[in-house]
Design a protein around this ligand. Structure first.
Ligand code: NAD
Length: 264
């Protein structure tokens, strides 16, 4: 199945009940994809979101509550998405979490959880999706990495390690998928003001004795030359672009959307 098919294409976006994932899901739905949402949150709020997206776009919008901490749940999520929509054209691995602590105090269970969600979950979903994509001779896999896939910050050992690993996975899958018209790329955002970042602000205020404005301007945006947060829409627009024919030869890349952070 290719881009020129008149049939509707289908996308699965992990961690799409909030933040970047929700933005990517919304943009893909607007671009005409049937979408599977996934992630945590209040069931009623998620149903309102799902119904709203359907009302707005007219595509099929389904929700799967899979907890991606385990291999089987990841595989089941992919199988259910393919079962429901009959195909899987686009897989966006977005679900992620953060924990900030000096390495000597870094809780071992947080290390394990961050590696499981930010890295291993992408391996498990791709592993489950690859057969169908190869058979269809079409697939577009987008892994939401981070500027922290390229550079480090102190106190983020697990996150930085997982995101660097995700780039390695991205490149490997790109090579394996290339002969089958399956592409795999990473998008590496700088700071986006989502709940994941919001939640770091109070701790950083406390840890460094700073005001909210100081944390935003002197800590978060310190490395971002534009001195602006990246918008969810900036990341979502690029994800949609990667599903268009103009992006057919982009493979194994990490595309930075970080206001120049990693240009330094
Ligand atoms: P967010 O906290 O707003 O969203 C995370 C999503 O993942 C939510 O839908 C949440 O329910 C879901 N999730 C959490 N644990 C899960 C689990 N076990 N199983 C399934 N879903 C789970 O975060 P965000 O900022 O939108 O981050 C999305 C991705 O973007 C992450 O991979 C993050 O590392 C990456 N990223 C974020 C920023 C940023 O500044 N916000 C920058 C670079 C990269």
């Amino acid at each position: 199945m290719g881009e020129t098919d008149m049939e509707r294409r289908a996308a699965l976006i992990t961690g799409s009940t909030s933040g970047i994932g929700l933005g990517v899901a919304r943009a893909l739905a607007k671009a005409g994809f049937d979408v599977t949402l996934n992630g945590f949150g209040d069931r009623e709020a998620i149903e309102t979101l799902r119904a709203g997206l359907f009302a707005e776009t007219g595509v099929s919008v389904r929700y799967d509550a899979a907890d991606l901490m385990g291999p089987e749940a990841c595989a089941d999520l992919v199988r259910a998405a393919i079962g429901a929509h009959g195909r899987l054209d686009v897989l966006v691995n977005n679900a992620g979490m953060q924990h900030v602590a000096p390495i000597e105090d870094f809780p071992v269970e947080k290390w394990d959880a961050i590696l499981a969600l930010n890295l291993s979950a992408a391996f498990h979903t791709i592993r489950a999706a690859m057969g169908a994509m190869k058979a269809a001779k079409y697939g577009r896999i987008v892994n939401i990495a981070s500027a922290h896939a390229h550079v480090a910050s102190p106190f983020k050992s697990a996150y930085v390690a997982a995101k660097h690993g995700l780039l390695g996975l991205t490149k490997t899958v790109a090579l394996e998928g290339a002969p089958f018209n399956v592409r795999c790329n990473a998008i590496s955002p700088g700071y986006v003001l989502t709940p994941l970042v919001e939640n770091q602000i109070p701790d950083t205020m406390k840890a460094r004795g700073l005001s909210r404005e100081q944390v935003i301007n002197d800590v978060l945006l310190a490395a971002q030359p534009t001195k602006q947060f990246v918008r969810v829409e900036d990341v979502a627009g690029l994800a949609v672009f990667l599903t268009t024919p103009a992006a057919d030869q982009i493979n194994g890349a990490s595309l930075s959307v970080d206001g120049g952070w990693t240009a330094q």
